[in-house]
Design a protein around this ligand. Structure first.
Ligand code: FAD
Length: 385
């Protein structure tokens, strides 16, 4: 959707197909932390009005361990950058409205999607919509169809190199009707495992804790979830999350994954179709946004000047950022979770790591500049904004 709007702003035609319904994608609760660059991008694209009004800007975050919360002032450490809490489904809602306003094609609930002749100059997409088979001849295909989509698996085996790390835990996450008791996110390292306090609005909190990866959500009553949240998050000064009605609960496994290169012929992979990060660093949605900024610049160069250099550089430029985000997400995950095979030495070292992180300005600056988002290699101007 983001790429479609960037292309529209550059007067480049596109057709967007989505296999879920409009209602489903607007209701789907996923990421909620936007890097400074993602916020700036949405505003520069003219789709940031509601984000500016309703997004919750956070200048800092807390790291909590040994019963104490330690504040890290990201804005002060990065010269004014911050993150904004605004649900991914709200971003999607704004982009759908913007797309519909352009009158450009957007199909929901498509079925039997397949791609063909991807390594030729006329790749094709075939899909079924409301009983009619559609065949699109394209110049390019953007494979923005997530980790379980069809784009990546359509690439002949052996062409891609896959890099993967599966973590020995998942996150049990809830959405609760409870006013946030902290204005900023609280990342907790506790004897019983990781926990995260975050929020979606002034009335809704989003909380998580570490569980075994195969944990069945049915094993957790709402009362048991709150007991565990409070046990892990309550600090010595008495701070704790407000308890409220649980609106949604689920367990998500943790995985790091990269498929390289992010291009096969005239199909370009972007976002989760090419890479997955564990959500600890809040990078998934932001990486998808930075990928399509690079792709929009490359397509603009191609259509305006017939220049293919930026298309050829697409994968390398994206992967440089992807790997830095992978490294950061892995580091945040490793620093804040308990591992089944850890030794008492590992546990003490982890506490020392967190002690150093929260007492050294250099260490806090390193976290802050990565959390708010490293600078983009591609300027908004070069992508036609
Ligand atoms: C359950 C869950 C929870 C998450 N929680 C967080 C979080 O808390 N924090 C965080 O930072 N990140 C989180 N993420 C990651 C973040 O949501 C993703 O990184 C982000 O959505 C990537 O955007 P994308 O556009 O690449 O993929 P997606 O948002 O997955 O979009 C791909 C779209 O393609 C559609 N699609 C799939 N197959 C087809 C097909 N064959 N034909 C047509 N359309 C198709 C899908 O329905 C989907 O709408 C979560 C992800 C999941 C799955």
């Amino acid at each position: 959707m983001l790429l479609g709007h960037l292309l529209h702003l550059n007067r480049i035609d596109s057709v967007i197909i989505e296999n879920r319904s409009r209602e489903y994608v607007i209701e789907r609760v996923r990421a909620g932390v936007l890097e400074q660059g993602t916020v700036d991008l949405m505003i520069a694209m003219g789709v940031g009005e509601r984000l500016k009004r309703q997004g919750l800007r956070h200048d800092g975050l807390y790291i909590s361990f040994d019963g104490r919360r330690h504040h890290i002032n990201m804005a002060e450490l990065t010269g004014g950058s911050a993150i904004t809490v605004y649900g991914q489904n709200e971003v999607v809602k704004d982009l759908i409205e913007a797309r519909i306003e352009t009158g450009r094609p957007l199909y929901f609930e498509v079925e039997e999607v397949s791609v063909d002749a991807v390594d030729s100059s006329q790749p094709q997409i075939r899909f079924l919509h409301e009983g009619t088979v559609h065949e699109l001849g394209c110049d390019f295909i953007a494979g923005c169809d997530g980790f379980h989509g069809i784009s990546r698996p359509s690439i002949p085996s052996g062409f891609l190199t896959n890099y993967e790390r599966v973590y020995p835990f998942g996150w049990l996450g809830i959405l609760a009707e409870a006013a946030p008791s902290s204005e900023e996110l609280v990342y907790t390292y506790h004897e019983r495992g990781f926990a995260l306090f975050s929020m979606r609005s002034p009335k809704v909190t989003r909380l998580y804790f570490q569980v075994p990866p195969e944990e069945d959500i049915e094993n957790w009553s709402d009362d048991a979830i709150w007991d565990e949240m409070l046990e892990r998050m309550t600090t010595r000064d008495g701070w704790k999350p407000n308890v409220g009605l649980i609106l949604q609960k689920s367990v998500t496994p943790m995985r790091s994954f990269v498929a390289a290169p992010m291009r096969f012929g005239n199909m370009f992979l972007a976002g989760d179709s090419a890479h997955i990060v564990p959500p600890t660093g809040a990078k998934g949605l932001n990486l998808a946004a930075s990928d399509v900024l690079v792709l929009a610049r490359a397509l603009k160069e191609f259509y305006e000047r017939g220049n293919t250099t930026c298309l050829d550089q697409y994968s390398d430029i994206c992967l440089r950022r992807v790997w830095k985000a992978q490294r950061f997400s892995w580091w945040m995950t490793s620093s804040l979770h308990r591992f089944t095979d850890e030794s008492p030495f590992d546990h003490q070292r982890q506490i020392a790591d967190l002690d150093y992180l929260t007492s050294s300005r250099a260490a806090m600056t390193s976290l802050a500049e990565q959390y708010v988002g490293l600078p983009a290699e591609v300027s908004f101007q070069s992508a036609g904004l």
